[in-house]
Design a protein around this ligand. Structure first.
Ligand code: RAM
Length: 338
């Protein structure tokens, strides 16, 4: 029997399900919660799906939530609700590195296991972080893409998510550091703009870049929402080939723009598997199978074995894998997967 409860909270959506076997509830009331940045993002929906799959596979109940807007304040309200509901764990894709700390410490003081994934909270707030790929590798990969797509010189801009998103900010910081290398001296980063992971705002920001920087060669968007918006703007304005888009994109949203050449290639990882790994991590920690210290290993269901390692921010993390490149040769295989 499968029960699906629809909760609503400050314009947030929540889906909850409990798994039973042979008419007997396997795991009682133990509930594991996932809080994404905001609703309306297909990437977040895929992560929630993977998290739900892993929690249910382990016989527990998943609570999936996200605020309407990607703000720390809205996530704090959700976290306080989850504390009141006495959930076993909270896994959060954070809208701010530091601002969630008081709420997450409140949760931890109540014995709730706190994990971040996708977009980290600071080490004091979390037990560990489930990271999509090495932060440095993502930033470096994006600079290499800009170098390749510009032919090594010219103006480019970054269209990011929110200005406080810790994952995007960490990748941008690496990009800025990598750009100092002499090989990249002819690349001009002319602007960093923030579309807040909202399609409309990202579209306005992409249009603004085209107006403000007539010599712009590349828009690099380290967010699935931003890259889709920028690709649509470039397509609609008949600028394919003149302004090239790249970054981190969801194949299902980007297949049309890879095909039409607006975004010849892009990178990402599997968001379903990321949510799934985060679910296994939260349960392993809450059961005491691991404590979140570097050097520990655990098995994440169908994904196999993972280890906890030292993170560059001073905490620990669990790395999923390297970013994967999508282009015309493989996009059709992936567009129906996520
Ligand atoms: C957006 C979100 C998410 C990020 C991806 C790449 O969907 O900002 O946090 O990981 O892009």
């Amino acid at each position: 029997m499968k029960k699906v409860i629809l909760l609503s909270l400050i314009m947030a959506v929540a889906f909850s399900s409990a798994l039973f076997a042979g008419g007997r509830q396997q795991a009682g009331p133990e509930r594991h919660a996932f809080v994404f940045k905001n609703t309306g993002n297909p990437f977040g929906d895929r992560m929630m799906d993977g998290f739900r799959q892993s929690i249910e596979a382990q016989g527990y109940e998943a609570i999936l939530m996200a605020p309407a807007l990607p703000t720390a304040e809205a996530q704090i309200q959700i976290i306080d609700q989850l504390i009141a509901q006495r959930v076993t764990s909270i896994t959060v894709a954070a809208n701010d590195f530091d601002a969630l700390q008081p709420a997450l410490i409140r949760a931890r003081n109540q014995g709730i296991t706190v994990v971040s994934t996708d977009s980290a909270v600071n080490p004091a707030s979390r037990i560990t972080h489930v990271n999509q790929a090495d932060t440095w590798m993502i930033g470096q990969t994006l600079v290499e893409a800009v170098y390749d797509l510009t032919g090594g010189s010219g103006d480019f801009a970054i269209l990011s998510a929110t200005s406080t998103a810790s994952n995007q900010n960490a990748w941008i910081a690496v990009m800025q550091e990598v750009l100092q290398q002499s090989r990249f001296q002819n690349l001009n980063l002319v602007s960093i703009v923030f579309g807040d992971d909202l399609p409309d705002r990202s579209t306005i920001e992409a249009q603004g870049l085209l107006t403000s920087f007539p010599n712009l060669r590349v828009i690099v968007a380290p967010t699935t929402v931003g890259i889709a918006a920028a690709s649509r703007v470039v397509t609609d304005q008949g600028l394919i080939g003149q302004v090239i888009v790249t970054g981190l994109g969801l194949p299902s949203q980007m297949a049309a723009y890879i095909d039409n050449g607006a975004a010849p290639y892009m990178y990402l990882w599997n968001p379903i598997e990321m949510g799934y790994l985060a679910g296994y991590t939260a349960v392993a920690l809450s059961r005491g199978n691991i404590t979140g210290n570097a050097g520990e290993t655990f098995t994440a269901g169908r994904l196999g074995q993972f280890s906890v390692t030292q993170a560059p921010d001073g905490g620990t993390e669990i790395l999923m894998g390297a970013p994967y490149r999508f282009d015309v040769t493989n996009i059709n295989e992936w567009m129906d997967v996520f």
